[in-house]
Design a protein around this ligand. Structure first.
Ligand code: NAD
Ligand code: WQD
Length: 340
């Protein structure tokens, strides 16, 4: 299939582009490069062994999005493009609602106009809110998120259900990711946050490479085995494979809209991840225990049963794989992707 990958220059999108090529699909990237460097595109070509078409379009620009669909034919869309920093979304909610919702509206309108009916959406475990029982299961209601960022995911899931109901023949997979980490085993692409990383793994990687002095662990007094929070970390290459599995399953999906958890089904604490990363690097890393971060939940992970049963997909890579691949990427590219 010829697949439009929105946000395809970003962290998860870029890895998914490669998985699509490996599976025999034909990806086309669209990205505004608001949170990605254009130099990722030639690296994708290098790894894929062929050119990857890429368009610079801000999807909130409905006219530019319509032009793209008028110029090219797509069989499916995988929609990664979004702003994703939770804390920033609390400080700048309008920017987040506008970017994430408007980009989706432009895309859905262009799809309806050109009769493109297959849609895979980047949702998040954040939609389960603070009250869902662990492990999280897809049918849990009500979906609600504590941050404006997370609310954009809840809202878009709802919009997609309404659009699919109104347009017979649409098939929509809502992929709820847990904590994506790791990098392509080549070490040529990986996560490249701008500024100070908000997330644990890229922060650890920058400590290891000498860009940050030490890790501050946000809270050591949680009701968990070692007092630090537990999360379901999933290797980005497994996650990318989950997108291909979802795409290939869309036409056979029993319902027009279906949510799938993409996680491993088990939790790892901050201290456990730190120690795994130390094994990958081969030395101890400096850290301190600091205060809790507002909004963090003590522990959650996925029930991945549905994805295994219906998509035939499951995560296979271990925490040690995630750390080794992150370290290969970060040590070979200490400053991330080059500017030009
Ligand atoms: P990322 O920032 O690396 O990738 C997103 C890409 O979208 C970037 O390249 C950015 O430039 C682009 N983009 C943003 N707004 C755009 C717009 N208006 N028009 C065109 N392009 C635009 O983030 P990621 O980690 O790869 O996340 C991809 C998707 O997965 C996002 O929707 C994110 O919310 C979701 N997600 C991420 C995580 C995570 O922890 N990384 C977890 C759950 C869900
Ligand atoms: C993991 C653990 C922190 C940094 C976020 C979003 C979520 C989803 C995935 C998009 C927590 C601790 C972190 C640090 C630390 N994204 N930590 N020191 O918060 O589980 O999920 O990314 O949908 O919506 O909220 O991931 O990597 O930020 O934190 O101790 O410097 O690491 O407290 O326990 P989180 P994270």
């Amino acid at each position: 299939m010829r697949v439009l990958v929105t946000g395809g220059a970003g962290y998860i999108g870029s890895h998914t582009v490669l998985s699509l090529v490996e599976a025999g699909h034909d990806p086309v990237v669209v990205d505004s490069f608001v949170n990605a460097k254009p130099t990722v595109v030639p690296r994708l070509a290098e790894l894929a062994g062929r050119e990857i078409p890429a368009h610079r379009v801000d999807l909130t620009d409905a006219a530019a999005t319509a032009e793209l669909f008028a110029a090219e034919r797509f069989d499916a869309v995988i929609h990664f493009a979004a702003l994703k920093a939770v804390g920033e979304s609390v400080a700048r909610p309008l920017e987040y609602y506008r970017n994430n919702l408007d980009a989706t509206f432009s895309l859905l309108a262009a799809m309806a106009e050109h009769d493109v009916r297959r849609f895979v959406f980047s949702s998040s475990a954040t939609v389960y809110g603070e009250k869902a029982p662990v492990p999280y299961q897809e049918d849990y209601e009500p979906l609600v998120s504590a941050s404006p960022y997370g609310q954009t995911k809840v809202m878009i899931e709802r919009v997609l259900a309404d659009v699919a109901a109104a347009h017979p023949g649409w098939k929509v997979a809502l992929l709820r990711y847990f904590n994506p980490v790791g990098a392509h085993p080549s070490g040529r692409i990986g996560e490249d946050p701008q500024g100070i990383p908000n997330n644990l793994m890229p922060f650890l990687a920058q400590v290891a490479v000498g860009r940050r002095e030490r890790l501050t662990i946000f809270g050591g007094d949680y009701p968990t085995a070692d007092g630090t929070c537990e999360r379901d970390y999933i290797h980005v290459v497994d996650l990318a494979a989950g997108h291909v599995a979802a795409l290939d399953h869309l036409d056979a999906m029993a319902t027009d809209v279906r949510a799938y958890n993409l996680g491993t089904g088990s939790g790892t604490s901050v201290l456990e991840l730190l120690h795994a990363f130390e094994r990958a690097v081969g030395r101890e890393l400096p850290y301190e225990i600091g205060p809790r971060r507002a909004g963090d939940l003590p522990a959650f992970w996925a029930d991945p049963t549905r994805a295994r049963a219906e998509l035939g997909w499951e995560a296979t890579r271990t925490i040690d794989d995630m750390c080794a691949d992150t370290w290969r990427w970060q040590s070979a590219n200490p400053q991330g992707f080059p500017d030009a």
